[in-house]
Write a protein that binds this ligand. Structure first.
Ligand code: NAD
Ligand code: UDP
Length: 312
């Protein structure tokens, strides 16, 4: 297959490119390098089966490909709130442009959606049938609502134009190649701990998330892309079910590093979801997928990566 990965120089995109190449595909990584970096794909540049295109998905582009993974979008709150209008444009116009491409060349397209489409959930754990509890006018709305419209566009292009779509609802994912300044909690905590700084807990640290290691997530992407069941056009949650509070994350990281970590408490950002855990029954039943890497193992691998990156 010739595969296009938008957001290909980002955290998840770079891992996906690497895996697709290892499986024998030809890969085009497209990225505007807003939060991504050529460093993440440096080992791939120069390969004849890999190409990098610096491009913004807000603008149309003509390419001939068999598969499209649409990952282009800043994912960390500090980055998607930096220019919220641009974030909406990236999800809406970007997805529209890529759906246009998929329609023209009859490519299969997978959209990187998110657990954020459930907002601050009133149903726990979250099943794909849950419609969510999203504030349409808050500081997180540019991301959450942008991703919700992207899902709408995917379904409408499927129903109206018979485009072959897949929608993955990604829950919090972490691992090597997150940017040092990414701003999401795992990279923040690991970088702070390695630098000997105090860890910044937002709120009282009782809010929960489930953290999935990147390799498991990429397995999920590929399983869904290749899934041929009749229900293949429906969204699928992919994520870990190991629910932890931010205080527990600090303790787990302390165990991995073998020392007690100091923390400071900072104000909880507005609309920060209180609890989040996926119901992954659909992923298990349809794709045979479940997460394999434990939090302790995943954190240890992430610590190794940041040690090398920060030269510590
Ligand atoms: P990331 O910020 O590392 O990667 C996003 C990439 O998209 C970056 O390389 C960035 O430069 C690129 N990009 C942003 N706007 C663009 C534009 N207009 N045109 C072209 N490229 C653009 O984040 P990530 O964690 O790798 O996330 C990848 C995708 O997965 C995103 O769509 C994100 O919303 C989704 N997602 C990630 C998580 C997670 O926990 N990692 C959770 C839910 C959803
Ligand atoms: N968080 C934190 N300290 C940080 C960064 C984030 O306590 O340095 C909290 C944040 O408020 C949220 C959780 O960690 O409750 C996960 O945040 P992240 O930005 O990683 O993901 P999201 O909120 O999008 O799930």
């Amino acid at each position: 297959m010739r595969v296009l990965v938008t957001g290909g120089a980002g955290f998840l995109g770079s891992h996906l490119c690497e895996r697709l190449l290892a499986e024998g595909h030809e890969v085009i990584a497209l990225d505007n390098l807003f939060t991504g970096s050529k460093k993440t794909i440096a080992p791939l540049l120069g390969r004849t089966d890999f190409e990098f295109i610096r491009h913004d998905v807000v603008n149309p582009i003509l390419l001939e490909v068999d598969w499209i993974f649409n990952l282009a979008c800043p994912a960390s709150p500090i980055h998607y709130q930096y220019n919220p209008v641009k974030t909406v444009k990236t999800s809406v116009m970007g997805t529209l442009n890529l759906l246009g491409m998929a329609k023209r060349v009859r490519a299969r397209i997978l959209q990187a959606s998110t657990s954020e489409i459930y907002g601050n959930p009133t149903e726990h754990p979250q099943k794909e049938s849950y419609w969510g509890n999203v504030n349409p006018i808050g500081p997180r709305s540019c991301y959450d609502e942008g991703k919700r419209v992207a899902e709408t566009l995917m379904m409408d292009y499927h129903r109206q134009n018979d485009v072959d779509i897949r929608i993955v609802r990604i829950f919090n994912t972490y691992g090597p190649r997150m940017a040092v300044g990414d701003g999401r909690v795992i990279s923040n905590f690991v970088v702070q701990a390695l630098r000997g700084e105090t860890l910044t807990i937002y709120g009282d640290g009782s809010q929960t998330r489930c953290f999935c290691y990147v390799d498991d997530m990429i397995d999920g992407f590929l399983s869904l892309m290749q899934y041929e069941g009749e229900d293949r056009f429906e969204p699928v949650n992919i994520g870990s079910c190991d629910e932890r509070s931010m205080n527990e994350i600090v303790d787990c990281l302390g165990d991995v590093l073998g020392r007690k970590l100091d923390v400071t408490f900072k104000p909880l950002p507005e609309n920060d979801p209180v609890r989040r855990r996926p119901d992954t029954t659909r992923a298990k039943e349809r794709l045979g997928w479940s997460s394999k890497v434990s939090l302790a193992d995943g954190l240890a691998r992430t610590v190794d990566y940041f040690r090398k990156t920060l030269k510590m």
